[in-house]
Write a protein of this length. Structure first.
Length: 986
């Protein structure tokens, strides 16, 4: 049987049943969603708090390690240990108890160059010292932020988590090694660490009473949260694994900013289960009430409505058939409603047809409006009242449809634009614009609105259609903020950032990039071609090939050219962007100007070479001192013995021997100065006088084909050694003449200058102030570019074998540096070479001291002379005897000490060698000091810098004599020491 043939009671019961069941089901489902969402949100917050508790426990461990590092690093003992690696520090401090008390697995000591000085690893379970873990050392070496000494900040620190290559995590903290008073320079970095093993995880689980898991599975959060704030901990993610349990987890970054660990907890869903039970009870109650409601409703409908409807139907049928109101008509149809419809259709055929058409059209339109996803509102133009709105529009406004109808449109749409409607007030045909609608909660919702006028049954209506664009507005706002933030970061970054096309066009760059290449503005830099700033086409092709091959370059070093042609040593990263065919489209990256570091490294290497050669020369020079001491000593003794009785030519011969010895002594002094084992005596020197004298001395040796031009425009005085100045000038002038075999011009200039910023940056020892510049240039062959960096290297020469030692320029470089100066070279092949020497001026005129010849002092006191070399002991004795003194000599310092103990009152002065077996001169002085023997002591040594002035005062040493010793020098010091002793006694 068809539905329309059913009785009214049956159909009504079916409809009521469907409606009530639908309502009950909707209510149950809605309540379930509300209950489950509320409890799920509560569980999420609870799980988030628990995960954060675990993260706080991890942070406590990390802070404890950082505290230990901050206690140990700024400590004088640690500062000294990194310098000399003393074993007592290890034995006294790096004990098992230290690692147990500090809860550490390892301690690493790095010096200022980044080299590992010492490491110790400890097993806290054993407990015992274990072998060092290479994976930990590799992981630390791969984490530059841990080398905090590079920041040159005494309070710098770095802590966090690292992962070894095998996936073993550990806590790590670093602090710069400074003194206990946080004084620099920073000598290195102290790194402490603790393995994040099962014991630590179990302890955290026990403290938090949670099921805690920590793993290296960091992939699971990729689609759940985005880490944007730059912190080491990612947002907490909570996920239900079923109705009974849920998990909460978060990722932790290492010190390099990469996610390496996943911290996860598991929690029972007790709260959710309780809420689910309440919902079930509520659902059952609703279903029971719904069932009872259906029964009561059907009974009432049958009793109060349906029976009456049947009677009315019969009466209407009679009226339709006979035209009389009380006439009863036969019913041919199946049910009461059907029969009533047939009768009414016969009476009101035309009217019914129009009504059905209208109802059908309205239903169609209503269904159409309710099916679209944008709001549609019908407004009566004259009264501005809302007469209809579709379902989407009501939902968008947050009102029920019946609450919206009959309201004035400006109460909800464009509330601030009353009287300014583009269509109704401004007579526009159609309006398409962004407007504001007012929601039920008072929120102003941005919409894109279209308005148009329509006419129906002689009345004008306004059709407003609108869509919600709040999400679009938020996205646009976030996009603008993000673009502004990253543009500011891009513009203010001190690193040179750029984006360039494959053909070298600079698409975008920051000011640092433009300034690095020599441009004043970014716009000016964009007009240039980046490929034109490579040092050479070969370098450019090499970089581009590397980029095409590897797609990206990290910490890549290459050389660019400044706008003025100067080289720029760079280090940076670059990323290539390729199309579908693999062709490079553009490149983006950042560059750091590393030129200063490269130049300083060259200077350091040069100093190291000079020091190595100097050490070798110094060792040879010390042996010559003893040989010269014998030659000059015996010569002076012979000359004094034969004074007045020897022929004139014999005296001349002896004087020549002494002069040759003095020249050899001066040469040894220069060798010791070169090796930094002896300091020259610097005196105020008028530089232009020294230049004139040097040029006058070498004029005869310079070919007549070479013209000498002097441009001496300075009267400056410098602190220097006259011989060293001559050596500098003659070395450079000789090299210049040899570079002009066919003649040319040798120019020597002298002027007062102040070094510019570029020079002071290239040489850290070149302080600000007034300098005098000595310029020596030639018009010779020039020096090829590939050889310029090596010309100051010891033993480097381009001359044929046997024509040059390669020590000339290296000696010049060492002398200039010892005078706190700087030497630079410029050269063009085929045009000549120029050397510029910058020496600091004295702040005022200094008077040159002149020595006066005084009579050699003598005496009759008793002097004890000690030297382990019998020849030198004999020479010393004879010198003192010739001066009238009583002398007792010893070649054993031990025997001499015993002699002093036995004959203390009879000894007026002790002259002793510095370096002797068993008992050195310093040891002898110290033992005499311990016995309170107040006898003046004079120390003789080949290196006068072996003894400092504070040491001399502490040990009671009167003077320190430089070997070889002359009679006049010895006589003066002996007499002065004896006279001082006599005045002290008085």
């Amino acid at each position: 049987m068809k539905f329309q043939d059913l009785k009214i009671l049956t159909k009504t019961a079916g409809v009521v049943l469907v409606v009530i069941v639908t309502l009950v089901t909707t209510l149950i489902v809605t309540s379930y969603r509300l209950v489950s969402s509320q409890f799920a949100e509560f569980e999420t917050k609870d799980a988030t708090v628990l995960v954060q508790q675990v993260l706080q426990e991890l942070n406590k461990i990390n802070r404890k390690i950082q505290t230990a590092a901050n206690d140990w690093a700024p400590w004088d003992d640690t500062y000294q240990f990194v310098k000399d690696r003393n074993t007592p520090y290890i034995e006294a401090n790096l004990l098992d108890d230290t690692f147990v008390n500090q809860d550490l697995n390892f301690m690493l000591f790095y010096d200022h160059s980044g080299q590992l000085v010492f490491s110790r690893f400890f097993d806290l379970e054993a407990p015992e010292v274990i072998d060092e873990d290479p994976e930990v050392l590799d992981a630390v070496a791969a984490a530059p932020p841990l080398m905090v000494h590079l920041e040159n900040d005494v309070h710098a620190e770095c802590s966090g988590i690292l992962m070894t290559g095998s996936g073993k995590p550990f806590f790590v903290s670093a602090a710069p090694i400074v003194t206990s008073k946080f004084a620099g320079p920073v000598r290195g970095t102290l790194i402490m660490g603790r393995f994040l093993d099962a014991t630590v995880i179990a302890k955290i689980g026990e403290d938090t009473r949670l099921s805690v898991q920590i793993s290296s599975d960091t992939e699971t959060q990729g689609n759940d949260a985005t880490h944007k704030d730059g912190s080491s901990v990612h947002p907490v993610v909570v996920r239900a694994t079923g109705d009974r349990t849920l998990i909460g987890y978060s990722l932790i970054n290492d010190v390099l900013g990469k996610p390496v660990l996943k911290v996860e907890i598991t929690k029972d869903r007790d709260i959710f289960q309780q809420g689910l039970l309440v919902w079930k009870q509520h659902a059952i109650a609703i279903m029971v009430l719904g069932y009872l409601f259906i029964i009561v409703l059907l009974g009432l409908l049958d009793r109060l409505v349906l029976r009456k409807l049947i009677r009315v139907t019969e009466e209407v049928g009679v009226i339709a058939e006979k035209g009389e109101q009380r006439t009863r008509l036969a019913v041919p149809g199946g049910d009461e409603i059907g029969m009533l419809a047939v009768r009414i259709n016969h009476l009101l055929d035309t009217v019914e047809q129009h009504r059905l058409i209208q109802a059908e059209n309205e239903a169609y339109l209503q269904k159409l409006l309710d099916s679209i996803n944008c709001g549609v509102m019908v407004i009566e133009a004259e009264s501005r009242r809302i007469v209809d709105i579709n379902r989407a529009g009501a939902a968008m406004l947050g009102w029920h449809r019946t609450d919206i109808l009959d309201r004035t449109c400006h109460q909800l749409v464009c509330p601030k634009d009353w009287g300014k409607c583009p269509v109704l007030d401004l007579n526009e045909e159609i309006d398409l614009s962004e407007r504001i609608v007012l929601r039920a909660d008072g929120f102003e919702l941005p919409v894109l609105k279209s308005a148009v006028k329509v006419e129906r049954q002689g009345r004008v209506y306004l059709i407003d259609s609108f869509i919600d664009i709040s999400g679009l507005k938020e996205t646009q706002n976030e996009l603008r903020q993000s673009e502004a933030k990253y543009r500011q970061f891009f513009e203010e970054d001190l690193t040179s950032n750029y984006i360039s096309a494959a053909d070298g066009r600079i698409l975008d760059c920051n000011p640092a990039f433009a300034q690095m290449l020599g441009y004043e503005t970014v716009e000016e830099a964009k007009k240039a071609n980046f490929l034109g700033h490579y040092a050479s086409p070969a370098d450019r092709e090499l970089v581009m090939d590397q980029l095409r091959q590897h797609k990206r370059l990290e910490r890549y070093e290459w050389q660019l050219c400044h706008r003025d042609g100067n080289p720029i040593h760079c280090i940076g990263n670059a990323v290539g962007v390729f199309d579908e065919s693999g062709e490079l489209q553009y490149c983006r990256g950042y560059i750091f100007d590393d030129t200063r570091r490269v130049l300083l490294e060259k200077e350091v290497r040069q100093s190291q070479k000079m020091e190595a050669i100097g050490t070798l020369a110094g060792g040879i020079a010390h042996d010559f001192n003893n040989i010269l001491a014998g030659i000059m000593g015996y010569t002076e003794i012979i000359r004094r013995e034969m004074a007045g009785s020897a022929p004139q030519r014999v005296n001349t011969y002896l004087s020549n021997i002494l002069s040759a010895g003095e020249r050899a002594r001066d040469l040894i002094k220069q060798i010791l100065t070169f090796s930094r084992q002896s300091e020259v005596e610097l005196r105020p020197v008028l530089l232009h006088h020294a230049v004139d004298e040097a040029v006058r001395l070498m004029r005869a040796t310079i070919p007549m084909t070479i013209a000498i031009e002097k441009q001496l425009n300075s009267q400056a005085t410098v602190m220097a050694d006259q011989g060293q100045l001559h050596q500098i000038i003659m070395n450079l002038c000789t090299n210049a003449c040899q570079a002009m075999p066919r003649g040319g011009t040798l120019t020597i200039g002298l002027d007062d200058v102040a070094p510019d910023r570029e020079l002071t940056e290239r040489s850290r020892q070149l302080a600000s102030g007034d300098y005098v510049r000595l310029q020596i240039s030639d018009t010779g062959e020039g020096i090829p570019e590939e050889l310029r960096d090596r010309i100051f290297d010891p033993f480097f020469t381009t001359k044929p074998q046997g024509q040059g030692t390669g020590l000339g320029l290296s000696m010049v470089h060492g002398i200039v540096k010892s005078m706190q100066g700087l030497i630079t070279v410029t050269s063009t092949v085929g045009k000549g070479t120029g050397f510029d020497i910058y020496l600091p001026q004295l702040s005022h005129e200094a008077e040159l001291s002149s020595s006066t010849q005084e009579e050699t002092p003598t005496g009759t006191e008793h002097i004890l002379y000690i030297d382990d070399d019998p020849m030198l002991a004999e020479i010393g004795r004879e010198m003192l005897l010739s001066l009238g003194y009583r002398v007792t000599e010893f070649i054993s310092s031990v025997d001499a000490l015993q002699h002093v103990f036995r004959h203390r009152p009879d000894i007026d002065l002790i002259v002793t060698d510095m370096t002797m077996p068993k008992l050195t001169g310093l040891d002898l002085a110290e033992k005499l000091r311990e016995q309170d023997i107040q006898v003046p002591i004079i120390i003789c040594t080949g290196n006068i810098n072996d003894l400092t002035h504070p040491q001399m005062i502490a040990l009671g040493i009167s003077y320190c004599l430089q070997k070889p010793i002359t009679i006049s020098h010895l006589a003066a010091k002996v007499r002065t020491a004896l006279d001082n002793r006599r005045r002290t006694r008085i």
